[in-house]
Design a protein. Structure first.
Length: 121
């Protein structure tokens, strides 16, 4: 390797670091306060640092996937509860309509008896 050529291992480290920071930002934006460990140990050899960075990226990707799954579950749960509430509202509306109809029927049935009683008095 020549002096003016960058070390490919250092280039790989530099290339991987923005991915780690990007995933951290996405995790934070998604509401995750957990920050997976990130190995920036300057005593490691370049190959070890690259491997540590790759592991950090994979772990963050797994965490991000679990955060997305949790959000999807919460969304479905919310959608489901909204649907359940709508069904409950529909049942209550139907019950109130049925009660009103029953009241009208009873009142309509009672009218002839009341009329008969009033005529008998």
């Amino acid at each position: 390797m020549y002096k003016d050529q960058p070390d490919p291992l250092v280039e790989e480290i530099i290339r991987l670091e923005p991915k780690i920071f990007y995933l951290d930002e996405v995790l934070f934006a998604e509401g995750s306060w957990y920050e997976p460990p990130y190995c920036r140990d300057y005593t490691l050899f370049a190959e070890e640092q690259i491997e540590a960075n790759k592991v950090a990226i994979l772990e963050r990707a797994k965490l991000l996937e679990s955060v997305w799954k949790e959000k999807e579950f919460e969304r479905r749960l919310c959608d489901g509860s909204e649907m359940m509430q709508k069904m409950l509202d529909d049942f209550q509306r139907e019950r109130l309509e049925a009660e009103a109809k029953a009241d009208r029927l009873v009142n309509d049935l009672c009218k002839p008896f009341e009329l008969k009683r009033s005529l008998q008095s």
